[in-house]
Design a binder for this molecule. Structure first.
Ligand SMILES: Cc1ncc(COP(=O)(O)O)c(C=O)c1O
Length: 409
């Protein structure tokens, strides 16, 4: 596969123009972070300025226009990205806090164990450990949790909740959301999906899949920026039965009556807690609208082509140098990133950033994640990313870099 062939794929890419909608200061830098932080959409700065100006000029008088933003942005996300109905999604708080809210609520409704896989994202596992009664099952580190793994972990137990990531953060494995949801339902458990690595990259179809609950961040494939608020989804039919563990005033029925007792609204709004991040929500609006405009099916089609190219180039260039594919080979089993494994992965990542103009990320103990968000990644970026990694390894140049330590990997 030559670079010219990759360029030809870019010429035929129907989504190619979306790259211009993002800030790309340095065209020579290959941004293949996988995916801790999406790029900045060009429109975001203006939208944030507008909201800041509203604050400056209208002061507290703007609150009537801001107060429903978590639900309004949630509806846009539901329709454009998640395959959910109006009133099923809200945007506020972090993924961690939303996981806590929904897992606690599920446990209150259906007492029993929380089942998750040992390879799930740390914050998910920690939140469940904090709630107590968690059962963690082992999975194949590359293929992630299967319906059979889940059935086996549930077997003979009273299970309240099964909670998994739709796309595994390390290997990029895409779980069978429908089949696993069905397995959990058969055992009488609710299901909570973490969509952080799939929202904006993989079609989700929450309503059609039968999923009960979901959370996900907006700073990856939804490009809403560092610290942007996360979303939560509660299937409409379940909303009246579930109670938030955080009895905050933003979930209160007549919030400004300032009444003596907590009396939550019936709908998704009961899962609001405190004041939502009004400025950040402007960035979520932009990120969601870009994904919706491109279309999740078109994005997925390009994403599969990008990761197929990465796997092919891995086989041609990286495998002979001793690297191993750390992601599933079948495209229908992968999200939008590809991991490659090497014992010295951390040092190779440092060298890529310091010497090769390539930004991947490292996930302990041995994975180099290469993320290819389809909205702005070109096929030549995949080609260049693999070539730059290969050169660092085949010349041994990566060994010249002091691996040091970093608080962020
Ligand atoms: C799968 C998954 N869940 C949760 C989080 C983080 O949650 P929070 O937004 O609370 O930091 C991440 C962050 O990368 C993630 O990848």
């Amino acid at each position: 596969m030559t670079r010219a062939e990759a360029e030809a794929l870019d010429r035929d890419d129907p989504l190619a123009a979306f790259r211009e909608r993002f800030v790309v200061d340095d065209d020579a830098l290959i941004y293949a972070d996988g995916n801790s932080l999406g790029r900045l959409p060009r429109e975001t700065a203006a939208r944030l300025h507008r909201r800041v100006d509203e604050w400056g000029s209208r002061l507290v008088r703007a609150w009537p226009d801001w107060i429903d933003l978590p639900l309004e942005v949630g509806d846009a996300l539901a329709a454009g990205v998640l395959g959910a109905r109006p009133g099923e999604v809200l945007v506020s708080d972090s993924t961690t806090v939303n996981l806590f809210k929904l897992a606690s609520a599920a446990r209150e409704l259906r007492p029993g164990a929380i089942v998750t896989d040992a390879g799930n994202f740390p914050t998910d596992r920690y939140v469940f450990q904090g709630l107590g009664g968690v059962v963690q099952f082992e999975t194949d580190p590359i293929d992630g949790p299967t319906p059979e793994d889940v059935a086996h972990a549930i077997d003979g137990r009273d299970v309240s909740l099964v909670s998994l990531s739709h796309v595994a953060y390390r290997s990029g494995a895409l779980a069978d959301l429908r089949a696993i949801t069905a397995v959990a339902h058969e055992a009488g458990a609710l299901v909570l999906w973490d969509l952080s690595h799939s929202a904006g990259a993989v079609p989700v179809e929450l309503d059609a899949s039968g999923a009960d609950l979901a959370v996900g961040c907006t700073y990856k494939y939804l490009n809403a920026g560092p610290g942007a608020p996360s979303f939560l989804y509660v299937r409409g039919e379940l909303q009246s039965a579930l109670r938030s563990p955080i009895w905050g005033w933003f979930g209160q029925r007549d919030q400004f009556a300032m009444g003596p007792a907590y009396d939550p609204v019936a709908g998704i709004g009961k899962f609001l807690a405190g004041t939502p991040p009004v400025l950040d929500l402007a960035a979520v609006e932009v990120g969601v609208s870009l994904v919706a405009e491109a279309g999740i099916l078109a994005l997925r089609e390009k994403s599969v082509a990008l990761t197929e190219l990465a796997v092919r180039l891995h086989d041609e260039r990286l495998a002979p140098l001793g690297l191993e594919l750390g992601s599933p080979r079948e495209p229908e089993r992968r999200g939008a990133h590809v991991s490659v494994r090497h014992l010295d992965a951390w040092r190779i990542c440092r060298a890529a950033i310091e010497r090769a103009g390539l930004v991947p990320d490292f996930r302990a103990p041995d994975s180099i994640r290469l993320g290819f968000p389809p909205l702005y990644t070109r096929f030549v970026d995949v080609w260049d990313a693999v070539e730059r990694l290969a050169r660092l390894v085949e010349t041994g140049e990566y060994l010249e870099v002091d691996p040091g330590t970093s608080r962020v990997t």
